[in-house]
Write a protein that binds this ligand. Structure first.
Ligand SMILES: C[S@@+](CC[C@H](N)C(=O)[O-])C[C@H]1O[C@@H](n2cnc3c(N)ncnc32)[C@H](O)[C@@H]1O
Length: 385
């Protein structure tokens, strides 16, 4: 055994001990613990990007696999970004690079925590959306058998590297290059579906490819930085019922669900009035989620109490600012009164005691996808179709 192999095994064992001891739940399932102890993360993460603290816009420096300390980083409980803007890899960057993360190896505690939450049993067949580096795919293949794992990745280059890494590590699950929002009907039905990219709305093909009684674990997101991880049970073809889970989990959004590109917005005059809520409320973890439910095609820009909402569907705008007397005003323009909707939703949420996402649930039928607060008769909002 080489010195590197010994070190990697030691570091892997130490990471498993750390994840097992985590007071917030941790790696409690012995079968997932065995998978974590067996899968070599260094086979999946070579070069990566490290965020440069305080950089505006956020920039990253490339770290190459053989840089000093690389193996320790691979076995730290961190997300390692492996691609920016859907094309830039660490090896392509020559110094600090700005961009939006578009592929990564998600932090091991989250990957394993999600697998645990998916409630899989031996023999289950799983569809994974977002192969990424292939690390989570390898964990699934180790636990359930590679014949029971199908994984879809939209980016051909990312998919090719994952396929090579999986093969090197000794796993050959069924890999698909394509848009995971279409699922993979050829190998359906599945008992479980796990997505490591977020969606604005649940793709209906998933609800026909996962068998009734099967489960789907996915993060819902949007263009206002709101996130909610949900565990749904398929109740019939095209139908599901789910609850949102505790925690603060975010994922990069599925590429077809990303916001349309835009230039710097031109802010136009409109109707001005006093606001009923502090605009900074929509920067809160759940506040952002509620505002996004209320205005699902709007993008949020701005900081603190100076917020700007731009609606991609209608061009409507809303922008807030302090009024100089301890309150705030909002200027609204366009057919959608964005701020009226956000205020109504935030007020309903505050009336319920401002609970975390775990008090929300979702009901999906062929007619639509409704997120509700408390129970199905509580305040609710339709997701965009
Ligand atoms: C957070 S990474 C996945 C992490 C991965 N599970 C791992 O352990 O390395 C998200 C991945 O989802 C992929 N993705 C985004 N949109 C997708 C889509 N529509 N279908 C399939 N994959 C998609 C991205 O290219 C990216 O590689």
């Amino acid at each position: 055994m080489t010195a590197t192999a010994t070190t990697a095994a030691d570091l892997r064992a130490a990471l498993v001990r750390q994840l097992t001891a985590d007071p917030d739940g941790g790696l409690t399932d012995p079968l997932w613990r065995a998978a974590a102890a067996a899968v070599p993360r260094e086979a999946f993460v070579g070069d990566y990007f490290r965020e440069i603290p305080g950089s505006v816009p956020t920039s990253y420096e490339p770290v190459l696999a053989d840089d000093e300390g690389g193996l320790e980083t691979v076995y730290s409980n961190r997300t390692l970004i492996t691609q920016l803007d859907g094309r830039i890899r660490p090896a392509d960057a020559h110094g600090p690079t700005a961009g939006a993360p578009s592929s990564s190896s998600t932090l091991p505690s989250l990957v394993l925590g999600m697998w645990q939450r998916l409630d899989v049993r031996s023999g289950h067949r799983v569809l994974e959306i977002g192969t990424g580096t292939g690390y989570s795919t390898a964990l699934g293949a180790h636990r359930l058998g590679e014949e029971n794992i199908v994984s879809v990745e939209v980016d051909p280059g990312v998919a090719e590297r994952a396929a090579t890494a999986l093969k090197t590590a000794g796993y050959t699950p069924h890999l698909v290059v394509g848009d995971g929002l279409a699922g993979h009907g050829a190998r359906a039905p599945y008992d479980r579906l796990i997505a490591t990219c977020a969606v604005r709305t649940l793709p209906y093909p998933w609800l026909h490819q996962v068998r009734p009684g099967g489960k789907i674990l996915v993060t819902f997101s949007g263009w206002q930085f709101g996130y909610g991880l949900a565990l749904l049970t398929v109740t019939g073809p095209g139908e599901a019922f789910g609850r949102f889970l505790p925690g603060h989990i975010s994922f990069m959004i599925a590429r077809p669900h990303d916001r349309p590109p835009r230039q710097s917005p031109t802010l136009l005059p409109g109707d001005e009035r006093a606001t009923r809520i502090d605009p900074a409320t929509i920067t809160d973890w759940t506040g952002a989620w509620v505002a996004q439910l209320a205005a699902p095609s709007a993008e949020r820009i701005g900081t603190g109490d100076q917020q700007i909402l731009i609606d991609h569907a209608t061009g409507s705008q809303a922008r807030t600012r302090p009024d100089g007397h301890g309150g705030w005003t909002v200027v609204q323009r366009g057919p959608l009164r964005l701020w009226d909707r956000v205020e109504d939703a935030i007020t309903a949420w505050q009336t319920a005691g401002s609970p975390h996402q775990e008090r929300f649930g979702i009901t999906i039928t062929s007619e639509g996808q409704r997120v509700w607060l408390g129970n199905e008769h509580g305040p609710s909002w339709l997701l965009p179709l």
